[in-house]
Design a protein around this ligand. Structure first.
Ligand code: DLL
Length: 448
């Protein structure tokens, strides 16, 4: 048993990881104590939570057991948009030491904040993530996640420094330079979105480098977007890099909500900080362990922005069976899909509604459009097929090109992403009687 408290891969004792092995009964006590405290904090300091609890005739002291979580109201993405920017903050801005932002369903981002103690928790959960993936002091880590408003870069960064690794805060892009740095700085570990890393494998090949022969990268944590076991096999077989899944979302903390251990059979959730429910997305009733449903998370320790019962829209199931690593915190299955229409391209979350807004900003008529996602050499591409109005067809090429540019610019302004624009004849895009099908995700059709 005590062996479990030692990191399996390095044989070094990591005190932070001890929490992963806490006896379940003790863990549930910690969760209950924290659930009561966070409910009281949210009720006292956030108008939206107080209003919703009052509407249900609910007071914080009504939360007496973990099952009482079911009495609490849900929180959804639009709540963050509707209270933009700081309406869900439970502390004065003077207590907030960090802000991040993520895509909302419309042009405005959603804003999340952290107190100094939230930053400490974030660092701790990332350290636990990294230890469980076998990272350690002495590793030279290339952190390819975007630095800036996205939680990926700086979120991972804090934990990497926490474990004493040498961090290269390179951020994304400039692929040849990424490979040069990987080689010259003798990088041993990577943090990246899986799709971009797959692209880098190809770039290295084009540069005449063989990962196994010429580079020293041994392991990586990959996440921020869904990826599959075949993608993992491809990464591991072509590069020799052990690939671990990391999950998280800005609304809850950023990366570090859950992570794989060396068994790589689901992601352990850091349950002392995040309370997990899996609910039927239609009935919102709990589903039995092992059955798929929507992941709903409650932050148990977040001070700046406590979130009650956040509907993540991510579909997964809980795995309560003991894990071979000995960790007592439960696992969820890897996330392969969502219950809404959000898609993630190059680590950036996009809603079809954002594309629609971008198109409408350029042309006043309601656009008929489709978004087609493909993957070439590991790199995701977005093509937006837009139906143009009758007068434009047959117009001079120059006008068409300028319209394409305007559409592309508008999409880039809203999503930060480049899209190829294909203008099609009026009536080409099928009209649907029910919900229009906007998104055609063909990224996994190439195999990887
Ligand atoms: O993507 C945080 C993150 C950064 C996670 C770096 C991992 C590594 P958001 O931009 O708010 O935050 O996007 C959150 O991304 O609800 C999922 O739909 C998706 N997602 C994140 N990690 C995974 C994963 C970051 N490992 C949304 N597998 C989430 C599948 C993932 N989907």
């Amino acid at each position: 048993m005590i062996r479990n408290l030692w990191n399996d891969l390095e044989g070094t004792f990591f005190p932070e990881s001890a929490l992963d092995f806490m006896p379940q009964s003790q863990l549930r006590q910690v969760q209950l104590q924290r659930l009561k405290a966070i409910t009281a904090h949210a009720y006292a300091n956030v108008d939206l939570f107080r209003k919703r609890m009052d509407e249900r005739g609910l007071k914080p002291q009504d939360i007496r057991s973990l099952d009482d979580i079911r009495l609490l109201p849900f929180t959804v993405k639009s709540d963050l948009r509707d209270t933009y920017p700081y309406g869900l903050f439970a502390v004065p801005i003077s207590e907030v030491v960090r802000l991040h932002a993520s895509s909302g369903t419309t042009g405005k981002p959603i804003v999340v904040g952290y107190t100094a103690s939230d930053m400490e928790v974030w660092k701790q959960v990332i350290m636990r993530t990294l230890y469980s993936a076998g990272f350690h002091r002495g590793d030279v880590v290339q952190n390819i996640y975007g630095y800036g408003l996205f939680t990926g870069g700086l979120g991972l960064h804090g934990g990497l420094e926490g474990i004493g690794a040498t961090v290269i805060p390179i951020s994304g892009g400039n692929s040849e330079r990424q490979i040069m740095v990987m080689k010259d700085f003798e990088v041993t570990a990577i943090c990246s979105t899986p799709s971009y890393f797959i692209h880098l494998i190809e770039v290295a090949q084009k540069m005449g480098l063989d990962f196994k022969r010429d580079l020293k990268v041994k392991r990586g944590v990959f996440g921020a977007e869904p990826w599959t076991d075949p993608m993992r096999d491809y990464i591991q077989q072509t590069t020799g890099v052990e690939a671990y899944d990391i999950y998280g979302l800005s609304e809850i903390i950023g990366p570090g909500v859950g992570a794989e251990c060396h068994c790589r059979d689901g992601l352990h959730i850091f349950e002392d900080h995040f309370l997990v429910e899996i609910l039927d997305p239609e009935t919102l009733e709990p589903v039995p362990d092992g059955q798929e449903g929507e992941l709903v998370l409650t932050t148990l320790s977040k001070q700046a922005m406590p979130i009650l019962r956040y509907r993540t829209r991510d579909i997964t199931s809980i795995d309560a069976r003991p894990c071979g690593c000995g960790r007592s915190i439960r696992r969820i299955k890897r996330i392969s899909r969502r219950s809404d229409d959000m898609f993630i391209i190059r680590g950036v979350n996009v809603f079809p509604s954002q594309i629609e807004i971008a198109l409408l900003k350029t042309e006043a008529n309601l656009p008929h459009y489709q978004i087609v996602l493909t993957r070439k050499s590991g790199l995701d591409r977005m093509c937006v097929r837009v139906e143009v109005s009758g007068e434009l067809v047959g117009d001079r090429i120059a006008d068409i090109e300028s319209l394409q540019k305007r559409f592309a610019r508008s999409i880039e302004q809203i999503t930060g992403l480049h899209a190829e624009i294909e203008l099609v004849q009026p009536g080409t895009i099928p009209r649907s009687e029910g919900k229009a099908k906007r998104l055609f995700d063909k990224r996994n059709e190439e195999g990887v």
